[in-house]
Design a protein around this ligand. Structure first.
Ligand code: F6P
Length: 542
C-alpha cells in the first residue's frame, strides 16, 4: 500500500528545485508588496487554530510547484487510510488507531475503544470524587505517573497546559532512571494518599519498571499490604502488570495498534484525565476530532496539516535545512517542543522505504525549542545572526488563560516583533544610520555596523488561537500528528515504528552483564571496556 520510490525522483521535484533557485535571494518582505493580499491569502483558520504562513520564502508560483509534488488525490487518500484503519504501520503490518479514540461522533464505536473509555471514565470519576481510596481508606491527593517517552511527554504536556482546568489532584510525572527524579517527587507526598499510574505499553521499559519497583517499596514500607488500592497499570502487556502484582481490575489496556507518541488520547492519558477531569479530557478529544475532520475533508491548499508538511518539505528537501524550531509564547505550553521532538523525530527520523530500499533524500529535521520569552534570552541571537537557516513555528495564544491580560499582550508583541525582525533583518547601512542617530562617533559606528547587521529572510509560521483550552490543545496536537504523518507519506517512510531505539537497549543489557556479573564480552570495543574498567574502580573503591 505504500510507495517504494523517492519523491525527489519525481519530475515535479526538479521543477520545484528551479523555483527554489528563483526564490533563494528573494526578500520575503518584498513578497508582501508583490501580493497585496498576501497576509490574508496565506492565513487559514480551522478547528480553532489559525495558521499564518505568509512569512515564508515562497510566492504563488512557488506554491503552485510545491502543491504539484503531491497528486491531488494524495491528501484525501493518505487521510482516509489513516483514519479508516488501513495498515499504515507497514513494517508492523497494522493500523495506527490513535484517532479512533477521539472519534466522538461515530455511531458504531469500536468495541475495544468503548470498553477502555468506559473503564477510564469510571476510574477518573471514582478517584476525583474520592470514592476510590488509598490503602488506609483516605482519598487521594496526588497522582504520580511513572512512564517515559510517549508514556510521559504527552500526559505531562496536557496537564501543564491546562492549569486552569485542574481539580484538587496534584499530578506528578517521573520518567528518569536517575533515582533523584522519583526521590524528589516523593519527598513531599504521603504514601496513603498517593496513586501511582504505571504507564508502559510494553511493560518492559527498564526505566519505568525500576521506578515502579521503588514506588512499590515506598508504599510497602509505609504499611501497604498489596497494590490493590494505590497502583494502576496502563499497558498492552497486562500479564506482566499482573506479574508485578497490579490486580487485573486496576489494569487499563493500551492497544498495540496505538503508538506511544500518539497515545495521549487513549488510556495513556489517564493521569492528565485525572488531573483535569473527564469533561475537560473529552473536550481535548473533541478538539482533536475537529482536526481529524478537517484533515480528511479539506482540499490540499486549505488543509493545515498538508500545508505545514509541504512547507517542511520545501525547506528540508529544497533548501537543505537541518533544523526546525517550535517556540510557544506560553508558559503552559513549555513542554510542547519536547513532545513534538519525540513525535517528529521518533516518527520520521528514518530512511528505509517499504520496498527495503533506502531513501536518497532527507527526512525529519532536528526539532528543538523552548518557550519564546526564555528563548529570546538564550538562543535567539543564533536565530537572528547565526549561519544556520532554521524555519520556526511560533505558537501564540492571543489571550491569557487567566491573570493579567496586559502582561499577556506584551508577550504577543514580543512574538510578533521577533517574527518581523527575523523576516526583515537589518542591513549594514541601516545599522550604521541607527548607531549614528544614537549619537555614536562616525568611525565607531562604521566599525560596529557589520556586527549589528541581521541578514533577515528567516522564515516562520505563526500558529495562533484565542486562548488555550482543552479543545484548542486537542486540535493543535492532532494538527502536528497529521502533519508528521503526511510528511512520512511524502517521503515513503513509516512514522509508526521505532526500530532505531532497539539496538541501544540490547547493548545496554550486554554491558550490564559485563558490569554486574563480571562476564567477559569480547564483542565490546576497547573504548567501552576502558570506561567499564574505570567505573569498576570508582564504584568498588566506595
Ligand atoms: O524507546 C522508545 C519507546 O519505545 C517509545 O516509543 C515509547 O514511547 C517509550 O519507549 C516508552 O515505551 P513503553 O510505553 O512501552 O514503556
Amino acid at each position: 500500500m505504500t510507495s517504494n520510490w523517492s519523491i525527489t525522483n519525481k519530475p515535479e521535484f526538479q521543477a520545484l528545485l528551479q523555483e527554489k533557485d528563483r526564490l533563494k535571494n528573494q526578500s520575503i518582505i518584498k513578497l508582501f508588496s508583490e501580493q497585496p493580499n498576501r497576509a490574508n491569502d496565506l492565513t487559514i483558520a480551522q478547528a480553532g487554530i489559525e495558521l499564518d504562513y505568509s512569512r515564508h520564502a515562497i510566492d504563488r508560483q512557488g506554491f503552485d510547484a510545491l502543491f504539484k509534488i503531491i497528486d491531488r488525490s494524495d491528501s484525501h487518500r493518505f487521510a482516509n487510510e489513516l483514519l479508516g484503519g488501513s495498515n499504515v504501520n507497514f513494517t508492523e503490518k497494522q493500523p495506527a488507531l490513535h484517532s479512533l479514540f477521539r472519534n466522538r461522533s461515530s455511531e458504531k464505536k469500536h468495541i475495544v475503544v468503548s470498553e477502555i473509555q468506559q473503564k477510564m471514565a469510571h476510574i477518573v470519576e471514582d478517584i476525583v470524587n474520592g470514592n476510590k481510596k488509598g490503602f488506609t481508606g483516605k482519598a487521594f491527593t496526588d497522582v504520580v505517573n511513572l512512564g517515559i517517552g510517549g508514556s510521559y511527554l504527552g500526559p505531562k504536556l496536557v496537564f501543564e497546559s491546562l492549569s486552569n482546568y485542574r481539580n484538587h489532584l496534584h499530578c506528578h510525572f517521573v520518567s528518569n532512571l536517575d533515582p533523584e527524579d522519583l526521590k524528589a517527587t516523593l519527598l513531599t507526598l504521603q504514601p496513603e494518599t498517593t496513586l501511582f499510574v504505571v504507564c508502559s505499553k510494553s511493560f518492559k521499559t527498564e526505566e519505568t519498571l525500576i521506578n515502579a519497583q521503588n514506588a512499590k517499596n515506598w508504599l510497602m514500607k509505609a504499611g501497604a499490604k498489596d497494590l490493590e488500592n494505590n497502583f494502576i497499570a496502563i499497558t498492552e502487556n497486562t500479564k506482566a502488570a499482573q506479574g508485578f502484582s497490579i490486580p487485573a481490575e486496576n489494569c487499563l489496556l493500551l492497544p498495540k495498534e496505538v503508538v506511544g507518541r500518539y497515545s495521549i488520547w487513549t488510556s495513556a492519558g489517564l493521569t492528565c484525565a485525572l488531573g483535569i477531569g473527564w469533561k475537560s479530557f473529552n473536550e481535548l478529544l473533541s478538539g482533536a476530532e475537529a482536526m481529524d475532520s478537517h484533515f480528511k475533508s479539506a482540499s490540499p491548499n486549505e488543509n493545515l496539516p498538508v500545508i505545514m508538511s509541504l512547507l517542511e518539505f520545501w525547506y528540508r528537501n529544497c533548501w537543505n535545512t537541518q533544523v526546525h524550531a517550535i517556540i510557544p509564547y506560553s508558559h503552559n505550553l513549555r513542554s510542547l517542543p519536547s513532545h513534538l521532538q519525540q513525535l517528529v523525530m521518533e516518527s520520521n527520523g528514518k530512511n528505509a522505504l517499504a520496498s527495503g530500499e533506502f531513501l536518497e533524500s532527507d527526512t525529519a529535521s532536528v526539532v528543538w525549542g523552548t518557550d519564546g520569552i526564555n528563548g529570546q534570552h538564550s538562543f535567539y541571537q543564533f536565530l537572528h545572526q547565526g549561519t544556520v537557516l532554521c524555519p520556526i513555528d511560533f505558537i501564540l495564544p492571543l489571550s491569557p488563560i487567566s491573570g493579567d491580560s496586559n502582561q499577556h499582550s506584551k508577550m504577543v508583541s514580543h512574538c510578533l516583533a521577533q517574527a518581523r525582525a527575523l523576516m526583515i533583518g537589518r542591513s549594514t547601512d541601516e545599522s550604521y544610520n541607527y548607531l549614528v542617530k544614537k549619537g555614536l562617533p562616525e568611525k565607531y559606528s562604521r566599525d560596529l555596523a557589520p556586527h549589528l547587521r541581521m541578514p533577515g529572510n528567516r522564515p516562520s509560521s505563526i500558529i495562533s488561537f484565542e486562548s488555550l483550552n482543552p479543545s484548542v490543545l486537542g486540535s493543535l496536537l492532532a494538527l502536528y500528528e497529521h502533519k508528521t504523518y503526511f510528511s512520512a507519506r511524502l517521503w515513503g517512510i513509516n512514522p509508526f515504528d521505532q526500530w532505531g531505539v532497539e539496538l541501544g537497549k540490547t547493548i545496554s543489557e550486554n554491558i550490564q552483564t559485563v558490569m554486574f556479573e563480571n562476564e567477559d564480552c569480547n564483542e565490546l570495543d576497547p573504548a567501552t571496556h576502558r570506561l567499564i574498567s574505570k567505573w569498576k574502580k570508582t564504584t568498588l573503591a566506595d
